[in-house]
Design a protein around this ligand. Structure first.
Ligand SMILES: [Zn+2]
Length: 273
């Protein structure tokens, strides 16, 4: 009690230390992660193994032997329908990264084997599938066919680009048709599903590969869980729409850790090419 009776409390109100923002991140498992450490670990939670979304350039550095060549970079999104909602589509496009797209395609080598790799980019309007995405993928398929090399598409998408209406949905059919031609000509197509792969991408090229990989604990589905629950009026099973759940149900072939992704791709190409 003596502390309370003391007149001098010796409490100094020091300057509050300002901690820099963006140093910590909370994982869905509850673990608080130190961001520089997380980045050193390829954005994988050291506690539960959750693979945080990874940037396009980071995938380039872990997949290719050396700097690949970007192809189809001249194809960009345009406001075909003069679409306006809260914000016009043109405004959204104007504020997006002009040098990028929702998918970027590259020609390079994985363990000295030539490959065409199309990497979706969630940062560009949620990786949504617009007409430009459909055309870049189509040209990439044609390119891989010409080079007689495997095609890899890494999916990361919120689904169709609603600002392009039916034009966006037509990309499902277009890409699917070219993939069929590629397959008929003996081409090897591998898809990699990452967090998140949803909507039209799951409903088309995401699930049409010869071999389908997924990163651990990725969210993979068509409609959102709330919509499914409301429509079916049923409780959803545990782990619904995760990579592990889909592996158990036979939708995907293998759950692959980001750290071994290149090795697994290389092995698969060796086995099937
Ligand atoms: Zn975690």
């Amino acid at each position: 009690m003596s502390w309370f009776k003391r007149k001098e409390k010796n409490i100094v109100n020091g300057q509050k230390k300002n901690l820099p923002d963006n140093l910590w991140k909370k994982c869905s498992c509850g673990e608080i992660l130190y961001i520089p450490e997380l980045e050193n670990n390829l954005s994988i939670c050291h506690h539960c193994g959750f693979h945080f979304p990874y940037q396009l350039n980071d995938y380039i550095s872990i997949l290719f032997d050396s700097n690949p060549r970007r192809i189809c970079s001249n194809i960009i999104s345009t406001d075909l329908l003069n679409f306006k909602a809260n914000k016009s589509y043109q405004e959204i496009l104007d504020s997006s990264d002009k040098s990028s797209e929702a998918v970027e395609s590259y020609f390079g080598e994985i363990d000295s084997k030539e490959v065409v790799v199309a990497l979706m980019n969630f940062k560009f309007i949620g990786g949504s599938m617009g007409s430009a995405v459909g055309e870049i993928l189509t040209q990439s398929i044609i390119y891989a066919k010409g080079k007689k090399c495997p095609l890899i598409i890494l999916c990361q998408s919120g689904g169709a680009r609603m600002q392009e209406g039916a034009m966006s949905l037509m990309q499902l059919a277009k890409v699917s048709a070219y993939l069929k031609q590629f397959s008929d000509s003996g081409g090897l197509y591998i898809s990699i599903l990452t967090y998140p792969t949803t909507g039209g991408v799951t409903a088309s090229f995401g699930m049409q590969a010869d071999i389908t990989f997924a990163e651990p604990k990725s969210l993979i589905g068509f409609a959102g869980q709330r919509v499914i629950k409301q429509t079916t009026q049923q409780d959803l099973p545990e782990g619904f729409q995760t990579a592990e759940f889909l592996l158990e149900k036979g939708f995907i072939d293998q759950v692959v850790d980001r750290k071994t992704l290149k090795k697994q791709l290389s092995k698969t190409i060796d086995l099937l090419s």
